[in-house]
Design a protein around this ligand. Structure first.
Ligand code: AHM
Ligand code: MG
Length: 337
């Protein structure tokens, strides 16, 4: 191929790979790409305008909502509604899912679970944030309104998933179950261009990413794994490197490219961990597994967990296969001690 391939061109070329090759999912991905460009524009100028800072309100999880969270949420929901391929959205920022009943979306077959701006505590300090999305084909009859059942599907049912990282450059990475492809936004032409075709996560790595401040309240097996990471590794003559941005998208994106493991375990105060199954853990797990990695809650694949509620949390260990397997070994030993 001569020159760059844009996200839209790529999605159209790959359309025949989709299980329902009517083009709906292709259009949905392009709608998400468009919203991402608009959010990117606002994230980039966050330091310049009054949009920066907190609204003073809290979201459904009781966490402080930053203005850009609100903006990104509105932007993505509007793009999905106007695009006409999405029938409903569950968002980190909304207690209940939203249904599109009228207009162009009224016959759409897909629903989207969304974290519009993940890692938003990093906005004020100019550190990478992200958007995470998960797309399902609805399971209830298309004549009727969407129900919770359409969203509460196992991760294995995802039709597509992806993230956008608003970083030193902005990238959109997605999978439809046929490998993982990454696109970098070229600001000079305003297009996401294929830059990372068929991404594969290294089998192992030398990086672990965890909020180690919570060490004392981690399960015993996790503590042992972290101690193991701090020991001198015979192969490299040095310990593992700890790298923790505090933005799940950015931490996992780095590990996807260079190899590593990201951990958000249960803690004494948060026995289900912090991160949300539907719009954080499932989509990131789909991508990492498609890239050849592994994602579990310590005993089950994340994508095999049966969701019970929209904002359900789960512990997560995700990244290079051999590192996650090693962690699971420590967890089994820890449980037995
Ligand atoms: P958010 O969706 O409210 O931004 O929270 C999710 C973020 C993740 O991106 C990140 O991995 C994690 O929270 C960091 O949490 P902590 O500050 O407890 O380490
Ligand atoms: Mg989040």
């Amino acid at each position: 191929m001569i020159g760059v391939e844009t996200l839209d061109e790529f999605v159209i070329r790959k359309q025949t790979e989709f299980p329902y090759a009517r083009g709906d999912l292709s259009r949905l991905l392009r709608d998400i790409g468009l919203a991402a460009k608009i959010v990117n524009r606002e994230v980039n100028k966050a330091g310049l305008v009054d949009i920066l800072g907190s609204t003073g309100k809290t979201n459904v999880q009781g966490e402080e909502v930053k203005k850009l969270d609100v903006f990104a949420n509105r932007r993505f929901i509007a793009a999905l509604e106007l695009g006409g391929q999405c029938r409903g959205v569950a968002s980190e920022e909304n207690k209940d899912f939203i249904t599109f009943r009228d207009g162009v979306s009224k016959d759409a077959d897909y629903v989207v679970a969304l974290d519009p701006l993940d890692g938003s505590s990093n906005i004020d300090v100019n550190v990478s944030v992200g958007t995470i999305f998960s797309i399902y084909r609805r399971v209830t009859p298309s004549e009727g309104p969407v129900t919770a059942e359409d969203f509460l599907q196992k991760g294995r049912n995802q039709a597509a998933a992806g993230y956008i990282i608003y970083g030193s450059s902005t990238m959109l990475v997605y999978t439809t179950g046929y490998g993982v492809n990454g696109f970098t936004l070229d600001p000079s032409i305003g297009e996401f261009c294929l830059s990372h075709p068929d991404m594969k996560i290294p089998k192992t790595g030398k990086t672990y990413s965890v909020n180690q401040g919570n060490f004392l309240s981690f399960p015993e097996g996790v503590k042992q794994f972290i101690r193991h990471c701090k020991e001198i590794d015979k192969a490299t003559d040095r310990p593992y490197s700890l790298r923790y941005i505090g933005s799940m998208v950015a931490d996992i994106h780095r590990n996807l490219i260079t190899g590593g493991i990201f951990l958000y375990p249960a803690t004494t105060d948060a026995p289900n961990g912090k991160l949300r199954l539907l719009y954080e853990c499932n989509p990131m797990s789909f991508i990492v597994e498609q890239a050849g990695g592994r994602a579990t809650d310590g005993s089950r694949h994340i994508q095999d967990i049966e969701p019970r509620e929209l904002h359900q949390r789960t512990p997560i260990f995700i990244g290079s296969e051999l590192l996650v397997l090693k962690l699971e070994e420590f967890l089994r030993e820890g449980a037995g001690s």
